[in-house]
Design a protein around this ligand. Structure first.
Ligand code: FES
Length: 126
């Protein structure tokens, strides 16, 4: 797990939805929630790549400015499509700064068939 500072808290308290960019270039939308909590989500809408950080917070939902898809900033879910979800990241407040918590990469075992230790993986195999 790693943390990266996104900026001073006051910047993210100034409006309901703000933009932040990671050093990798990934754009994020930071949502200021009731209770002075922050939700950090991917900044690109999965519908047609709209800029979610330029969206509005309406009734607790982050609304994309392009076609109006709404996302729950705490879960990433949208009522527009049952299988679509935006990435959500944990936030951390420390020393007047907002940090994003980036989880460790998930380790996935490689199929063993290519190394002679099991059957080859078939196309379409889960
Ligand atoms: S691009 Fe976001 S709703 Fe279409």
């Amino acid at each position: 797990m790693a943390t990266t500072a996104l900026g001073p808290l006051e910047r993210f308290r100034a409006q309901p939805v703000s933009e932040a960019t990671l050093p990798t270039g990934l754009t994020l939308a930071v949502v200021h929630l009731p209770g002075d909590r922050f939700a950090i989500v991917a900044g690109t809408c999965p519908h047609a790549a709209g800029p979610l950080a330029q969206g509005d917070l309406i009734d607790g939902m982050l609304v994309c400015p392009v076609h109006g898809w709404a996302f729950d900033p705490t879960t990433g879910a949208t009522p527009m499509h049952p299988y679509v979800r935006i990435a959500c990241f944990e936030s951390l407040v420390q020393d007047g700064q907002l940090f994003i918590v980036i989880p460790d990469p998930v380790s996935v075992p490689l199929p063993c068939g290519e190394h002679g230790q099991g059957p080859p993986v078939q196309a379409g195999h889960p």
